[in-house]
Design a protein around this ligand. Sequence first.
Ligand SMILES: Cc1cc2nc3c(=O)[nH]c(=O)nc-3n(C[C@H](O)[C@H](O)[C@H](O)COP(=O)(O)O)c2cc1C
Length: 146
Amino acid sequence: MKTGIIYYSAHHGNTKKLLDAIRQIDDEVDLINVTEGERDLSEYDRIGIASGIYYGNFAKQVLAYAEKHLPAGRPVFLICTCGAPRRGYYDQIRKIMQTRRCDELGAYQCLGFDTFGPFKLIGGLAKDHPDADDIAKAVRFYRELR
Ligand SMILES: Cc1cc2nc3c(=O)[nH]c(=O)nc-3n(C[C@H](O)[C@H](O)[C@H](O)COP(=O)(O)O)c2cc1C
């Protein structure tokens, strides 16, 4: 199954670490950095949307890209890393998916090293994440997608 994962991973490359591990077990996956230009996603059977969390949301770059390029009716899975876990991080991206009638296959969230603003002064949050266990769980999540 051909899978395209659009992503934004600019803070520490935390989210990209998960995606690189997924790419290693499936060579039918394309990793599409939303900062590297526009791309037609209609060739993919399913779409992954992955991002670090910025100000309580998937990165605005990913949201704008999905708004523009997410093909209608395609199954979607979500991956994110964050300094502190919360469920509401998916709200905006899910709204976009709903407007395209895209079913959600699943969502995976784990900690990602966070040195934003004042957290830098205390050595950052979620140091050393994603760790090997976070990465292994992301790969398992991907393997178990239908
Ligand atoms: C500008 C900025 C805003 C952030 N906002 C949040 C936030 O609202 N909630 C949170 O849990 N983490 C927040 N973080 C931490 C990132 O989500 C976390 O470090 C993530 O793993 C970054 O992923 P990346 O390295 O793939 O970009 C923020 C980081 C930055 C730089």
